[in-house]
Design a binder for this molecule. Structure first.
Ligand SMILES: Cc1ncc(C[n+]2csc(CCOP(=O)(O)OP(=O)(O)O)c2C)c(N)n1
Length: 756
């Protein structure tokens, strides 16, 4: 239980935070300074020292008061006695403090400040089943401020989650106290930032600030879309919320604004975000760099905004805010919760020093005294344990109840149930791949972006989880699904998502969609060069094993006149360097179909399809099966696996390799042409297969690709030659640029002749 001195201190710190926000609205009855009887600062002996940069009170904040709405105080769910709530909240705080202390690394400040909202969410509000973290209709929670992950680990521990580790030994354990003691250690389930692939109950991988809130928008989009498609008046089979905690850092990142703008536009009423408004980031007080009115901005974005002024101890205010948020069905809600970072630490609270370092033994002791916490490190008091223990049976009951609902749904709505099941389980409908179009050399030449659209439109007929769109380039990226309308606020059942010009937000939203359900397959599109604007989201797709299909058109200098700003050069190489990304550059129709097949089949890997703006011929020898191997022979006039030279191409330059081979063969050379559409897939093949494509004895190898030659040495070897582009592009008709840059059959022939 908190001692009176800690309350005095906390109230003072809170008052400081509120006052630097501007005075409370006179009409706001929820919390006022007088109601809290907060002493003046000068009367406080133990006011926390602050960074010199943050000591100065800047006047701007006081002018930033807001027209935020107030909520009536009302309890929702079954709240424990306040004293037990406080004890539980302090348990969370001290689990975080102790884990960071033991690791001597981590971020105690956020968990100490956010413990009350965390407690209320996990103990009173959210519906989940700790024994099945993947129960489909669970509420989703995202800790966008991922550095504060000890908050989430402590909550998962109290709630009784099991490990996701597959080993028998580990799978028997809960997020055990040992896991908390192993915080940030090798192979622990409690890594330095939340990782969905490592820890049960963690929905998405967060840490790069802003990604989490954007993921949450994707999760909420998925819920709204699926609910619109599958819910029936007599059976609302999909009905869950997405909750987020984000901090000042997330708020500062542009990606958050991109995603939140879309959330407002789409009216994602079941998205409820808690903004941990503690005024502190790493460099000190946010006054030094962040003085906008977040409230007004979010109102402008179409969100409902509530301000909880006492996030440290105002349990009823938090509860009331959640209740109010839930009542607003047509808008997402931002609950700005003013808290004190490092709440309870007498000398470090409200300062940057508690953001990202252990408190230190002395300050831990002082905090224990201040919050009246007599226990050993990592202790969970019996009454707290007992109180939380209900979540295991409750969660099981919630899931059982939902399963019964699903059985009834299956009986009454067979077709829909089968589709929904495929989305829930990720099992692909039998024979889905038969819909992929195939081509012959006689089929008309076409741009791979157009061929991509043929594939998307074929696949959407058989894949119930396929949905997506472009960042305002749908008619260039060729991504529209012709049999569907636009996913919009009032038409959420549709599958064309209009992301506007928000590449970064788009990528992260797609990660959220992909991680919502195993059978959801989001795709998103822009020009390949603008992957630069979404690289951080793509990296998180790869790390968090999100199957997002990136439809990236205008993939080289072949786009022509738009010039170097629009011509990707280093991008292929850069994505080949990124782990767990399939970089695919198809050369024609069959390869585009193969790329889609692989992208759909790779359940835990994002794929990037680099597609041409310009027309390409349908080549002889290309095939879907070949694509699945990543690299394969499309033509060969040699025998005994011993060609004079191997020509290797990808995408639009495979045609150039074919033309060069034709000429060389006329001159009597034995030439093999290899399509290396995906290096990653080729790397996965057996040594014997690789040797059958690239015999080690054949060192005469020439590659051609309209991009950086970086990395090609691995393929052509020290005796081979890589033809590519190691400068920025140019603005001119595509044919001229190809010629000027030496990407021609003649250049390939000349290189080959030098080698054989
Ligand atoms: C994109 C990105 N940039 C920088 C960082 C490094 N970083 C981690 S936390 C943080 C400050 C976050 O401040 P805030 O959200 O207020 O967290 P709090 O101090 O309240 O814990 C920064 C800059 C990061 N994790 N991600």
């Amino acid at each position: 239980m908190a001692s009176s001195s800690s309350l005095t201190l906390s109230q003072a710190l809170l008052a400081r935070a509120i006052s630097s926000h501007g005075s409370a609205q006179p009409s706001d009855h929820r919390v006022s300074l007088s109601a809290l009887s907060i002493p003046t600062f000068s009367g406080l002996k133990s006011a926390a020292p602050r960074a010199s940069t943050s000591r100065r009170r800047l006047p701007t904040r006081s002018t930033r008061n807001h027209q935020v709405r107030s909520a009536a105080v009302e309890t929702i769910g079954t709240a424990a006695e306040t004293s037990l709530v406080e004890k539980s909240v302090n348990t969370i705080r001290f689990l975080a403090i102790d884990a960071v202390e033991k690791a001597n690394s981590g971020h105690p400040g956020l968990p100490m400040g956010c413990a009350p909202m965390g407690h209320i969410l996990y103990d009173e509000v959210m519906r989940y089943n700790p024994k099945n973290p993947y129960w489909f209709n669970r509420d989703r929670f995202v800790l966008s401020a991922g550095h504060g992950c000890m908050l989430q680990y402590a909550l998962l521990h109290l709630a009784g989650y099991d490990s996701v580790r597959v080993s028998f030994f580990r799978s028997l354990q809960r997020i055990h106290i040992n896991d908390l003691k192993n915080f940030r250690q090798w192979e622990s389930r409690t890594p330095g930032h939340p990782e969905n692939f490592e820890t049960p109950g963690v929905e998405v991988t967060t840490g790069p600030l802003g990604q989490g809130i954007a993921n949450a928008v994707g999760l909420a989009l998925a819920e709204k879309h699926l609910a619109a498609r599958f819910n029936k008046p007599d059976n609302e089979i999909i009905d869950h919320y997405t909750y987020v905690i984000l901090g000042d850092g997330c708020q500062m990142e542009g990606i958050a604004n991109e995603a939140c703008s879309l959330a407002g536009h789409w009216g994602l009423g079941k998205l409820i975000a808690f903004y941990d408004d503690n005024h502190i980031s790493i460099d000190g007080d946010t006054e030094i760099a962040f003085t906008e009115s977040v409230d007004k901005r979010f109102e402008g974005l179409g969100w409902h905004v509530i301000w909880v002024k006492n996030g440290n101890t105002g349990y009823d205010e938090i509860r009331a805010a959640i209740k109010e948020a839930k009542a607003v069905k047509d808008k997402p809600t931002l609950i700005k919760v003013t808290t004190t970072i490092g709440y309870g630490s007498p000398n470090k609270a409200n300062s940057y020093s508690v953001h990202g370092s252990a408190l230190g033994a002395k300050e831990v002791d002082a905090t224990r005294k201040n919050l009246g916490w007599p226990y050993e490190p990592f202790h969970v008091p019996e009454d707290v344990k007992g109180h939380w223990s209900r979540h295991v049976p409750q969660g099981a009951a919630l899931e059982a109840e939902w399963n019964a609902k699903f059985s009834a749904y299956e009986k009454n709505y067979k077709e829909e149930a089968a589709e929904l099941k495929s989305i829930i389980t990720g099992e692909l409908p039998a024979g889905w791949e038969k819909t992929l179009p195939t081509y012959t050399p006689e089929s008309p030449a076409d741009a791979t972006r157009n061929l991509s659209q043929q594939n998307l439109n074929a696949l959407v007929k058989v894949l119930p989880g396929l949905l997506g769109g472009s960042a305002d380039l749908a008619s260039s990226n060729m991504t529209l699904l012709k049999m569907f309308g636009d996913f919009q606020k009032d038409t959420p059942e549709e599958r064309n998502v209009r992301f506007g010009v928000r590449e970064h937000g788009m990528g992260a939203i797609c990660n959220g969609i992909a991680l919502h359900s195993p059978g959801l397959i989001p795709y998103c599109a822009t020009f390949f060069v603008f992957t630069d604007y979404m690289r951080a989201a793509i990296r998180i797709s790869a790390l968090s094993q999100a199957r997002v299909i990136y439809v990236m058109t205008h993939d080289s200098i072949g786009l022509g006149e738009d010039g170097p700003t629009h011509q990707p050069i280093e991008h292929l190489a850069s994505f080949r360097a990124m782990p767990n990304v399939l970089m695919l550059r198809p050369a024609d129709g069959n390869e585009t179909a193969g790329a889609y097949k692989v992208a759909v089949l790779k359940r835990k890997t994002p794929s990037i399809l680099a597609l041409s703006r310009q027309k390409l011929p349908q080549l002889a020898g290309t095939s879907i099966e070949g694509v699945q191997k990543g690299g394969y022979i499309i033509s060969d006039n040699s025998s005994g696996n011993n060609p004079d030279v191997i020509l290797i191409g990808t995408g639009s330059e495979l045609e150039i390799a074919v033309k060069a081979a034709d000429e060389l063969r006329k001159e009597g050379k034995a030439v093999r042409v290899v399509s290396l559409i995906s290096w990653e897939l080729f790397d996965e093949q057996s040594d014997a297969y690789k040797e059958s494509v690239f015999p080690s004895a054949v060192t005469a190898r020439v590659s051609i690709e309209a991009g950086s030659t970086f990395g090609w040495g691995k393929i052509v070897g020290s005796k081979g030659k890589a033809i590519g582009i190691d400068r920025f592009g140019a603005s001119a008709p595509a044919g001229r640029i190809y010629k000027e840059f030496g990407l021609t059959p003649e250049a390939v022939i000349a290189a080959a002749k030098e080698l054989c």
